[in-house]
Design a protein around this ligand. Sequence first.
Ligand SMILES: CC(=O)SCCNC(=O)CCNC(=O)[C@H](O)C(C)(C)COP(=O)(O)OP(=O)(O)OC[C@H]1O[C@@H](n2cnc3c(N)ncnc32)[C@H](O)[C@@H]1OP(=O)(O)O
Length: 208
Amino acid sequence: MLPVILIGGGGHAKVCMDVLSLLNIQVLGYVTPDAAPPSLPFVRIGDDEAVLHYPASSIALVNGIGFHPEHERRKKAYSTFKDKGYSFLSIVHPSAVVAEGVHLSEGVQIMAGAILQPGTHIEENTIVNTRASVDHDCRIGPHVHLAPGSLLCGGVTVQQDAYIGAGATIIQGIRIHEKSLIGAGSVVVREVRPHTKVYGVPAREVTK
Ligand SMILES: CC(=O)SCCNC(=O)CCNC(=O)[C@H](O)C(C)(C)COP(=O)(O)OP(=O)(O)OC[C@H]1O[C@@H](n2cnc3c(N)ncnc32)[C@H](O)[C@@H]1OP(=O)(O)O
């Protein structure tokens, strides 16, 4: 197993670091744009450019930048380093339940207590956060965030760059289109159009 450099030094990086430590994966340190705030008890290697001192074949990266609907820093870091030939490790917290045959693409992060049921397919750089639950035959695109406690019933599709808020429920067979945002605690009972924000019970579209 290659040693890891973590991209980012905030809250999400802290959670990734915990998973890496539980998996006994060697972490060389983390990179952040500036020295403050040092929230991680590990070595700061430098800014993002510092990664380039390590040949792509000698390390793996873990994307410790959280997904914020207002900006694309997480996705940008992933694409930038992929373009330079680096690889991102997928991490799965030991307490997560991942059914046999579930497909996880590069750089996917499955956090504590998450459940992924059979037939599910998750694309690159997606976060399945703490205690999120993804039932059978779901298709989750790249650069998606399933926030803590979100619940996807069977056969749900979530397209790229979508954000499913904490504790939201998506009923079976629904399609969530790209770049849409589902508010925390919502219950989604209808298809969600691209680039839209919905929330409430049942979830209704609001102007972005
Ligand atoms: C590890 C981690 O921490 S991961 C982080 C997980 N975080 C989340 O999941 C948060 C997801 N974000 C939300 O739910 C947000 O509230 C959003 C994006 C849906 C709405 O944000 P904004 O557009 O800024 O809405 P704003 O806060 O201005 O509220 C507008 C109105 O909508 C209501 N509202 C906002 N969010 C919700 C919601 N999730 N459900 C129901 N009503 C809501 C507000 O109460 C307010 O109502 P009012 O006008 O009657 O007072």
